[in-house]
Design a protein around this ligand. Structure first.
Ligand SMILES: [Ca+2]
Ligand SMILES: [Ca+2]
Ligand SMILES: [Ca+2]
Length: 234
């Protein structure tokens, strides 16, 4: 019996547990590589930057319905990662600080794109798997081409029960793309999301992924060459 018990204990020890990091504050800060050793002071930026690949990032229940306003620039995701606020009844908001115009006010209000999702690996590219769940991502702002004011994506991204709101892409000699999402490579899977109020400047065809109502089912967008583009409907 002891041998069997020992066997199972050994077996369990060989099965890697899924990594998990819990965000515990609303600050936009990064205290460095050892920051995750301070479980009472873990920001979303620290969780993204320093968690090992394949981590699921969740949120302390005290953050239910709260907002993280970005002050340190876009959040960069370049590895397999899940950001899951599904345990929060009222979700969690990530705000890029944009003020709704087509002017770069980053010097005065820190406005920024919200998520830059790309590992920058050389060709041939491989695709990381990223899932964002129960997040509101709003007020992103980006000046330039290939924008994606709320989300720039070149990996395999799944959005579940998210709201992508009020992004503003502008400039880029009139070549700004994606007030909400700029999806270039990989796949973009959208399930039960609302993507609305996002705008680009100028008279070029609007290039955001645009939906005004929650989708009834999943939409899988396999990125063709060279790009996937959608007309804005809002
Ligand atoms: Ca910290
Ligand atoms: Ca602005
Ligand atoms: Ca990649």
């Amino acid at each position: 019996m002891k041998i069997i018990s020992l066997f199972y204990t050994l077996l369990l020890s060989l099965i890697p547990l899924p990594a998990q990091t819990i965000v515990t504050n609303l600050d936009d800060e990064d205290d460095g590589l050892t920051s995750l050793a301070s479980p009472a002071d873990i920001s979303l930026r620290e969780a993204i930057n320093h968690s090992v690949p394949n981590t699921t990032i969740t949120f302390d229940s005290s953050l239910d319905g709260e907002t993280i306003t970005l002050t340190e620039g876009e959040l960069v995701i370049e590895k397999n990662l899940t950001i899951d606020a599904s345990s929060l009844p009222n979700g969690l908001t990530i705000d890029g600080g944009g003020n709704g115009d087509f002017v770069n006010d980053s010097a005065t209000n820190n406005e920024t794109r919200c998520f830059f999702i790309y590992d920058r690996l050389p060709f041939p590219d491989t695709f990381q798997t990223i899932t964002l769940n129960n997040l509101t991502i709003q007020n992103g702002s980006y000046e330039g081409a290939n924008a994606g004011a709320n989300i720039y994506n070149r990996e395999n991204l799944s959005l579940i029960n998210c709201q992508i709101l009020n992004g503003r892409a502008f400039g880029g000699n009139g070549d700004a793309d994606g007030g909400g999402i700029y999806h270039r490579d990989g796949t973009l899977t959208i399930t039960d999301c609302t993507i609305t109020g996002n705008q680009i400047q100028g008279n070029r065809a609007a290039l955001e992924v645009g939906f005004t109502t929650p989708l009834a089912s999943s939409l899988l967008l396999a990125a063709p060459s060279p790009r996937t583009r959608f007309m804005a409907v809002s």
